[in-house]
Design a binder for this molecule. Structure first.
Ligand code: MEV
Length: 426
């Protein structure tokens, strides 16, 4: 809490002065202010142009998931996140999937939907018919906004018009169906939606209110599949366990939210590393999961005739390589180079494979030893160090805590004493 959160003119200050002002108001130490002001791999001036009121940056670990073979090609996958076990889980899953050829991923093309809401219409069905009759003109007006996209084969391809009955009575929604090529497409689609609005008003006699992209990108899907060999999974019991875990998610939204969260651990981590709009990815994923009116898993799991585990993922994947942070953030650019993807579609396919891999890793762990063991292994070393363990004692203390399933600071302290005494006595 601060005395007064009104900071007139704050946005006009150079970044260094904003930091100084913040330090004063929030009572930061010099060290804390310095930490906040660091922008890591993102130059300060670039950060300052990306959003408003910039004072610094926050850095996340960037890990590389290994072993991925997708559509016959190998990839090293950059992942940015704060959670342990995710990169290791993805790498392990990809290693098992490789035995049976890796991941096969297809996509439905980079197609987004731009919505124009038309209100105050006395005869909505007549307005709909009027819009459909002028479809060619509307699409032309939309495409005039982005000749570059059109020259590359993209652009507004179709018009869909629907009449909604809403809280405020009937309204008409005109939807531009736009192939956004290698862009995520929000800018292109929003520009087109705004540009056609006066024409839409003239045709319908109504008022065009909202003009905005839909994040329910159900025309921009990826479908990933992989076979996981039963012995590598951990045997028949674990294969059955994963299928049962999936059945649980399918039957219960409380479990399903966590099931899909595990998928997004992978999708969002790659998205973040590659400068994507991860809020759009989350919105797309969860709205797609609810499209039937019930919240469902984005993956399915079954046993094939040989007893191997077969996983399938289907979800929207609105990502781009041109525009946005994918272009302006140097770390994102370097991550995309590591990944070696050449098109937005290829990036989307890799992310679909990682989502499936991540879901497999989580379900396999949950259906066998549980996830805490893996989590705790990493965590235990941090606890050991914070309790004063050094050198070889770190691993000794960490291992004992994991074996005892007591990864706690107080236990670490006791073990540091006990084990260092033992060492000194010897
Ligand atoms: C933790 O970040 C993700 C999991 O909870 C996913 C799941 O439960 O399937 C392990």
């Amino acid at each position: 809490m601060v005395d007064n959160s009104e900071l007139p003119g704050f946005y006009k200050l150079p970044m260094s002065e904003r930091v100084a002002e913040l330090r004063r108001i929030a009572g930061l130490t010099e060290e804390e202010a310095k930490t906040i002001a660091q922008t890591g791999g993102l130059p300060g001036d670039v950060a300052d142009r990306m959003i408003e009121n910039v004072v610094g940056g926050i850095t996340l670990p960037l890990g590389i998931a290994t072993n991925f073979r997708i559509n016959g090609k190998d990839y090293l996958v950059p992942m940015a996140l704060e959670e342990p076990s995710v990169v290791a889980g993805a790498s392990k899953a990809a290693k098992i999937a490789r035995e049976k050829g890796g991941f096969t991923v297809t996509n439905t093309g980079p197609v987004m939907i731009g919505q124009i809401q038309i209100i105050n219409l006395p005869a909505p069905d007549k307005a709909k018919a009027g819009l459909m009759a002028k479809k060619a003109e509307i699409l032309k007006k939309a495409n005039d906004q982005d000749p570059m996209l059109v020259s590359l084969g993209g652009g507004a391809k179709d018009l869909n018009v629907k009449v909604l009955s809403s809280l405020k009575g009937p309204m008409v929604i005109a939807e531009l169906i736009v192939n956004t090529g290698d862009a995520m497409g929000a800018n292109a689609v929003n520009t087109m939606a705004e540009a056609v609005s006066p024409m839409v008003e003239e045709i319908t006699g109504g008022e065009a209110l909202l003009k905005i992209i839909s994040n329910l990108a159900d025309r921009r899907l990826v479908r990933a599949t992989a076979v996981f060999e039963k012995e590598a999974v951990g045997g028949e019991g674990v294969v059955d366990g994963v299928v049962n875990a999936y059945a649980f998610a399918d039957a219960d939204p409380y479990r399903c939210a966590t099931h899909n969260k595990g998928i997004m651990n992978g999708v969002v981590a790659v998205g973040l590393a590659c400068g994507q709009d991860i809020r759009a990815l989350e919105a797309g994923a969860h709205s797609y999961a609810s499209r039937t009116g019930m919240y469902k898993p984005l993956t399915t799991w079954e046993k094939d005739k040989d007893g191997n585990l077969v996983g399938r993922l289907e979800m929207p994947m609105a990502v781009g390589l041109v525009g946005g942070a994918a272009r302006t953030h140097p770390t994102a650019r370097a991550s995309i180079k590591v990944l070696g993807v050449k098109t937005a579609i290829e990036l989307a396919e890799v992310m679909g494979a990682v989502g499936l891999a991540q879901n497999f890793a989580a379900l396999r762990a949950l259906a066998s030893e549980g996830i805490q063991r893996g989590h705790m292994k990493l965590h235990s070393r941090n606890v050991a160090v914070s309790a004063g363990a050094t050198g070889e004692l770190i691993d000794l203390v960490a291992q004992r805590m994991v074996d005892e399933r007591k990864v706690r600071f107080d236990r670490a302290k006791e073990l540091v004493q006990e084990l260092s005494k033992g060492k000194n006595d010897a």
